[in-house]
Design a protein around this ligand. Structure first.
Ligand code: ATP
Ligand code: MG
Length: 249
């Protein structure tokens, strides 16, 4: 079972879009995929139309109140462990209940889980306790960056955190940095991509996720982009990413 945590403390860099569509593309290649929504804003849960009213979510799983599978929502091609705004309160409770080992909360909660080829964790836009739980759980990070001016800002912080976690004795690799929302019409996107590759070299995925209307529209239809527009640019880019991720395995 491979685990991947999608992380960037900056908002709106393409984390949720990447978690959903990389998951869908891996599923299309025959892999069993679990998506874990670790964001109290529950963007992943909502973008796939998963209803949580009256049902357990990742909060109850983290609190060890239910078995993970009791909170799973099975879509035709993906399984989702959903989130809800309650997760913000849950985060505080975990910090209070286990101040010294809270980073292990997700790892502990999902310890006995079997049956998936990939678990993909979507983090909130912060480097707080929930993101740390996501990092420690997988030990493998996928970092989406917007191909914009100052794209590299903030990366230092993530890399610093990676170092601290490693020093605490947990394995932690950067699976890859993913240039997202690439605007094919501007030279700025190309310049930013070149700068990323010069600076971070083989840490940057060969795949680039281009801007596409289908990627922006699919969540409003409660769909991943491969179901929404299978022949489009967004589907094509996330299929390429899935192939690359399989190659990294
Ligand atoms: N390649 C793309 N082309 C066009 N729109 C995109 C693309 N990637 C993401 N978007 C859109 O940009 C917005 C932000 O993307 P997304 O929600 O994936 O970012 P995020 O990093 O998860 O944000 P947050 O930090 O708030 O959780 C969404 O409306 C999404 O549909
Ligand atoms: Mg998000």
């Amino acid at each position: 079972m491979r685990k991947i945590t999608v992380i960037n403390q900056k908002g709106g860099t393409g984390k949720t879009t990447t978690a959903v569509n990389l998951g869908a593309a891996l599923s299309e290649l025959g892999r069993e995929v679990l998506l874990v929504d670790l964001d109290p804003q529950a963007g992943l849960t909502e973008s796939l139309g998963v209803e949580t009213a009256g049902r357990p979510t990742v909060s109850e799983v983290l609190m060890l109140e239910v078995e993970p599978r009791e909170a799973f929502h099975a879509l035709p091609h993906l399984t989702v462990l959903p989130s809800s705004p309650v997760l913000a309160e849950t985060e505080k409770r975990i910090l209070r209940d286990r101040p010294s080992d809270y980073p292990l909360a997700l790892k502990d909660a999902l310890a006995g889980m079997r049956g998936f080829d990939f678990v993909i964790v979507d983090c909130p836009p912060s480097l707080g306790a929930l993101s740390l739980m996501g990092m420690v759980y997988s030990g493998s990070l996928l970092i989406p960056l917007q191909t914009q001016y100052m794209a590299l800002n903030g990366l230092e912080k993530i890399l610093g955190m990676v170092k601290t976690i490693r020093e605490a004795g947990f394995p932690m690799e950067i699976l890859g940095i993913l240039p997202c929302m690439y605007d094919v019409r501007t030279s700025l996107s190309r310049q930013v991509e070149e700068h990323l590759r010069e600076t971070l070299r083989d840490k940057v995925f060969r795949t680039v996720i281009r801007q596409s209307i289908s990627l922006a529209e699919a969540p409003a239809r409660s769909k991943d982009v491969l179901s929404y527009q299978p022949g489009g640019r967004g589907a094509e880019d996330y299929r390429a990413l899935a192939q690359e991720v399989l190659g990294h395995g």
